[in-house]
Design a protein around this ligand. Structure first.
Ligand SMILES: NC(=O)c1ccc[n+]([C@@H]2O[C@H](COP(=O)([O-])OP(=O)(O)OC[C@H]3O[C@@H](n4cnc5c(N)ncnc54)[C@H](OP(=O)(O)O)[C@@H]3O)[C@@H](O)[C@H]2O)c1
Length: 323
């Protein structure tokens, strides 16, 4: 434990879509008054630092490449929120709480051609154990940290937090903006293969609530951790075809698509550097978020809201010219 009487939190990914939204919740949380939050900020974002300090946050400049900084900060922290892009936070030997974001561990190689019947259940540790073991998984097994691993699926909707208003965080998610970008570049909404594959989805506000539920229950000792500490975050699922269909329709409506029907992406589309990782949208990754619900998580938004979120995303991409 750190020596200060305030609870110390080390937070990575604060300028990101998920991290900025979760951090906004933490600032508004009753525990904030008794917390000392330090953010890892990459040097390219140092212009954000004075605004972050004025919100009562501390910062340290660095990235996941700076293992000495990670080790020092993690060793001073009671809680680490890891919402950036990494699988290997330095172990401290002091068993802090680690609330860590994981990605892409459930995916298969469907290439958009078929759905899957495999559904991962986060209340089934034997099934989770069968997933690829990363360094972090080794660490939780060896009990260096009390680890709470959050595995979000397709997170959707533009973030509308105070951080977005202040220009401190990325307002956009990954998969739907990627589909829109590929469609705008192609001049036609597209899909991977036949779009037969299935992904779960969750609204950005609901997934932020999930992080806070896990945080609160980790503090009170009620949340499972380690082998019992994997938290999926879905509230419904969609076929990629259905998502691609709405994107194609919206692009068509604004004169940026030839047809309202999505066309399969071609080799040429996949080769464009702007479309890096596009094939990933053809995978399956089905899961049930039962563990967070058992702690009281009550997501409000449904798959229908995921489809409705696409129109404003298309407008944002076109108006900002940033896609
Ligand atoms: N959005 C989704 O649908 C989704 C779903 C499942 C999992 N995830 C995972 O959740 C994490 C956050 O996603 P996001 O949508 O919030 O992404 P994002 O908007 O791109 O944010 C990424 C955050 O991580 C920081 N970061 C990236 N690389 C870093 C590094 N090497 N060292 C230190 N900080 C680094 C970024 O800092 P800068 O501002 O300096 O770039 C930013 O604060 C990612 O690992 C993502 O793969 C996202």
């Amino acid at each position: 434990m750190a020596s200060t009487s305030k609870r110390t939190i080390f937070f990575t990914g604060a300028t990101g879509y998920v991290g900025g939204t979760v951090l906004t919740r933490l600032i508004d949380h009753p525990t904030f008054a008794n917390s000392e939050i330090t953010l890892l900020i990459r040097p390219s974002k140092k212009d954000k630092i004075s605004a972050l300090h004025s919100l009562g946050l501390n910062t340290v400049l660095g990235s996941y490449n700076d293992l000495d900084i990670l080790e020092e900060q993690a060793s001073k922290a009671d809680i680490v929120f890891s919402v950036a892009d990494a699988d290997n936070l330095a172990a401290t030997g002091q068993q802090p709480l680690l609330i860590h974001t994981w990605k892409g561990v459930l995916v298969d190689d469907a290439k958009g051609l078929y759905p899957t019947d495999v559904i991962y259940d986060d209340l089934n540790p034997d099934q989770i154990d069968a997933l690829a073991i990363t360094q972090l998984a080794q660490e939780y097994k060896e009990n260096y940290v009390k680890a709470y691993i959050i595995l979000p699926p397709t997170i959707y909707a533009l973030a509308k937090t105070r951080f977005v208003g202040l220009g401190l965080q990325n307002p956009r998610s990954l998969q739907i903006p990627q589909l829109i970008r590929a469609g705008l570049l192609k001049g036609q909404g597209g899909m991977v293969g036949k779009g037969e594959n299935v992904w779960p989805n969750v609204h950005i506000d609901d997934i932020a609530d999930l992080y806070i539920i896990v945080y609160e229950n980790a503090l009170s000792g009620k949340a499972g951790h380690g082998r019992e500490g994997f938290y999926f975050g879905e509230n419904g699922e969609h076929k990629l075809y259905d998502l691609s269909k709405v994107v194609a329709q919206e692009l068509y409506n604004v004169g940026r698509g030839k047809s309202p029907e999505p066309a399969p992406f071609t080799e040429e589309d996949y080769k464009r550097p702007e479309n890096f990782g596009l094939e990933f949208l053809g995978t399956n990754a089905r899961c049930l978020a039962r563990r967070a619900r058992a702690l009281g998580w009550k997501p409000k938004y449904t798959t229908e809201d995921a489809f409705k979120s696409i129109k404003p995303e298309v407008e944002y991409a076109i108006q900002s010219g940033n896609y």
